[in-house]
Design a protein around this ligand. Structure first.
Ligand code: TRP
Length: 369
C-alpha cells in the first residue's frame, strides 16, 4: 500500500495508517462528545468513513471554553471533480452548520502545475473556475466561507509561507515526501503554502484561533509538518479529522482517481454516463450465476455498489436492508447497481442545478484581505 499526497495505491489498511501516521482512531467516547454538541452524528462518523483524528479533544475543550475553531480545507484545481472529492467537503459543510464555524477554503492553483508534467496555468485557471462551482453548489455559507487562491492571494500568503518555509529543512521534506534531487524547487516549497491557512487568521488577528482541518488521510504528511512548525512560530497546532477514500468503481480497494476515467464518476456526468459506467465497471461481489447467487448470496463487503451506498445512502435502515438482501441472495448485482444508479443520479441532478446557480455567487466567496 502507498498513501501520500500524490499517490494512493494498493489495498489500504486504515488501522495500519493510524499506526504509521501516528494519528488517533475516532472512538465511541469522542463520538459521544461530538454528539453532545451536534445533536446527531453525521452518518460518515457512525460508519467510520471519518475514522481518525489529531487533537479533536483539544479543539472541543477550546470550543467548550468559548474559543471557537475555524475550519480549513481545500482542493487543488487540476481536473474535474469526482464523487470521491465530495466526501471531505460534505463533512466540512456539516461541521460548519453544526458548529457555526468559519471556513477557509484553499485552492492551491499552483500545486498540480508544479507536480504534473502537462498541466499549464491556463488549465488550472479553467479547473479553478469549474471546481469553485462544485464547492459552492455544496451549500457552504457564503457569509462564513472564504476561498483562498494561492496565485491570486500570493501577497497575503507569501510572508507567512516564508516564515513556515524557514522552519522546514530540505531533509525534512525529503523524509516526509520522499523527495530527491530530481524534484523541482516549487515542489519542495509547496508544503509551506498548504500550511499557511492553518495560521493565517491567527497571524492577521494577532491572537491564536484554533483550527480544525477535515481531509482525506492522504494529505496528512503536509499537516504533520504544519503541526511541527506552527508552535515554533507561536501558533497552535491545527487539529485534524480524517476520512477514508471512496473506492474506485473498478476494484474493491484503493482510491478513486480522477485521472483514471473508468474508475471515476464526475460531478458533471449525465444520467446515461453514470448508468453506463456503473453497469459496465462497478466491481461485483456477486456469484457467477443467478442460481448460485440466489442460493449462496453475494458479498456486500467487496461489492463496490454496496460500498458506494455506504457513502451516499444516508438512511441507515435502507442501507442495512440492501446489505441483508444482497448477502442472502434476494438482491442480484444488477439490481443493487440500479439502486446505486438511481441514488447517484438524483443527487447529481440536484448538484448540477445548484452548480449552474453558483456561477453568479463566485465573487461573494473570494477572500478579501
Ligand atoms: N493538496 C490538496 C489537493 O491535492 C488541496 C488542499 C489544500 C487541501 N489545502 C488543503 C486538502 C487542506 C485538504 C485540506 O487537492
Amino acid at each position: 500500500m502507498k498513501v501520500d499526497p500524490w499517490n494512493v495505491s494498493g489495498d489500504i489498511d486504515y488501522e495500519k495508517l493510524i499506526k504509521e501516521f501516528g494519528t488517533e482512531k475516532i472512538d465511541k467516547k469522542l463520538l459521544e462528545r461530538i454528539k453532545k454538541h451536534t445533536g446527531e452524528l453525521h452518518y460518515f462518523l457512525k460508519r467510520g468513513i471519518f475514522f481518525s483524528h489529531r487533537d479533536m479533544n483539544w479543539v472541543l475543550d477550546e470550543y467548550e471554553k468559548g474559543s471557537k475553531f475555524y475550519l480549513y480545507t481545500g482542493r487543488s484545481p487540476s481536473g474535474d471533480m469526482t464523487l470521491g472529492h465530495l466526501i471531505p467537503l460534505i463533512f466540512t459543510k456539516w461541521l460548519q452548520d453544526k458548529f457555526g464555524a468559519e471556513l477557509l477554503f484553499q485552492f492551491p492553483d499552483e500545486e498540480k502545475f508544479l507536480f504534473k508534467d502537462n498541466l499549464t496555468f491556463k488549465d488550472t485557471e479553467h479547473y479553478l473556475h469549474e471546481n469553485m462551482l462544485d464547492v459552492i453548489a455544496l451549500g457552504f455559507n457564503p457569509k462564513k466561507t472564504k476561498f483562498l487562491i494561492d496565485t491570486k492571494h500570493a501577497t497575503a500568503m507569501y510572508k507567512p509561507a516564508c516564515m513556515i518555509a524557514k522552519k522546514i529543512t530540505f531533509s525534512t521534506a525529503k523524509a516526509v515526501f520522499g523527495f530527491d534531487n530530481s524534484n523541482n524547487l516549487g515542489q519542495i516549497f509547496y508544503t509551506a503554502m498548504q500550511s499557511v491557512p492553518a495560521m493565517l487568521p491567527s497571524y492577521l488577528k494577532g491572537k491564536n484561533i484554533p483550527c480544525l482541518i477535515p481531509y482525506a488521510i492522504d494529505q496528512d504528511p503536509h499537516f504533520r509538518i504544519t503541526r511541527d512548525v506552527l508552535p515554533k512560530l507561536g501558533y497552535y497546532k491545527p487539529a485534524a479529522i480524517h476520512s477514508v477514500f471512496l473506492p474506485p468503481l473498478t476494484g474493491p480497494g484503493g482510491k478513486m482517481s480522477a485521472s483514471d476515467k473508468l474508475s471515476a464518476i464526475y460531478l458533471t456526468d449525465d444520467e446515461k454516463t453514470v448508468k453506463k459506467k456503473i453497469m459496465k465497471y462497478a466491481f461485483s461481489g456477486g456469484k457467477p450465476s443467478i442460481e448460485e447467487h440466489r442460493k449462496l448470496g453475494g458479498n456486500p463487503d467487496i461489492d463496490v455498489s454496496y460500498q458506494w451506498l455506504r457513502f451516499f445512502e444516508e438512511d441507515d435502515g435502507k442501507l442495512k436492508k440492501h446489505y441483508n438482501d444482497y448477502k442472502n441472495g434476494k438482491l442480484l448485482t444488477g439490481e443493487l447497481k440500479q439502486i446505486l444508479i438511481d441514488k447517484l443520479n438524483k443527487m447529481l441532478k440536484e448538484h448540477q442545478i445548484k452548480r449552474k446557480k453558483a456561477e453568479s455567487k463566485i465573487n461573494e466567496f473570494i477572500y478579501r484581505a
